[in-house]
Design a protein around this ligand. Structure first.
Ligand code: GLN
Length: 194
C-alpha cells in the first residue's frame, strides 16, 4: 500500500490520517525532512496557512517541500493546504510564502463574512457516484489558473478544486466528512506515481 504522509505542523492532521487509512493508504504524520523523504505522497491539511508557512520555515521544511513537489511527489492540499500549493496568493499576509506547485492565484477567506462556513454539494471531476459534501470553513477560492491547470470543481461560479500534474487541491474539507472518495482519488494518484 502507498505510504502517504500528512504535514503535521498545524491543522486538521488527525482527520486526514483517518481518511487516508480508510482509503487504503499507510498514513503517518510528517514534521521533519527525514520523514518527508520516506513518503510516496503528502497531504497538506486544512488549518491556517500563515501559521503553517511560518512553521514550515521554522522546521526547515519549506525547501524540502518545494523540492519534492517540483520533483513530482503527489501532493494534496485541502483549504489552507490549497493555499500552500498556490504559486501565488492574491492577498498574502506579510512574509507569507507558499510551497507552490499549482500555477494558480488564490484568494484567502474568499467567500466573505456572511459565508464564513457553509456546506454545499460539489460535483468533482474524477470522483464517481454523485456530488461530495463540500465543507467550506473560511475557505479560499481559485481566482485564476494557468493553462496547465485542470479545473475539477466550481461552486457559485468560483473554482474550488484543481489539479496540475502531481498536485491536487480543494477549497473544502473532505476529511471532515465520512466520505473518502477524494482521499481515494489521491491515493490512486500516489499508487500510479510509484
Ligand atoms: N482561512 C484559512 C487560511 O487562510 C484557511 C481555512 C481552512 O483551512 N479551513 O489559511
Amino acid at each position: 500500500e502507498p505510504v502517504i504522509g500528512v504535514l503535521a505542523l498545524q491543522g486538521d492532521v488527525r482527520e486526514h490520517l483517518t481518511a487516508l487509512a480508510a482509503a487504503g493508504a499507510a498514513a503517518g504524520p510528517v514534521r521533519r525532512p527525514a520523514e518527508l523523504a520516506e513518503v510516496d505522497g503528502l497531504v497538506i491539511p486544512g488549518g491556517e496557512s500563515t501559521t503553517m508557512s511560518k512553521l514550515a520555515h521554522l522546521f526547515g521544511m519549506m525547501e524540502p517541500l518545494r523540492e519534492r513537489v517540483a520533483a513530482g511527489m503527489p501532493v494534496y492540499g485541502s483549504c489552507a493546504g490549497l493555499i500552500m500549493l498556490a504559486d501565488k496568493i492574491l492577498d498574502p499576509r506579510s512574509g507569507q510564502e507558499t510551497v507552490g506547485g499549482i500555477d494558480m492565484i488564490v484568494r484567502r477567506n474568499a467567500f466573505g463574512r456572511q459565508n464564513e462556513s457553509f456546506e454545499a454539494a460539489v460535483e468533482v471531476t474524477g470522483v464517481e457516484g454523485g456530488p461530495v459534501e463540500g465543507v467550506f470553513i473560511r475557505a479560499p477560492w481559485v481566482e485564476s489558473t494557468g493553462a496547465g491547470v485542470e479545473i475539477l470543481a466550481e461552486h457559485g461560479g468560483h473554482v474550488v478544486a484543481v489539479r496540475q500534474r502531481n498536485a491536487l487541491a480543494t477549497s473544502f474539507h473532505p476529511e471532515l466528512t465520512g466520505d473518502h472518495r477524494v482521499h481515494r482519488l489521491f491515493t490512486d494518484m500516489v499508487r500510479d506515481a510509484r
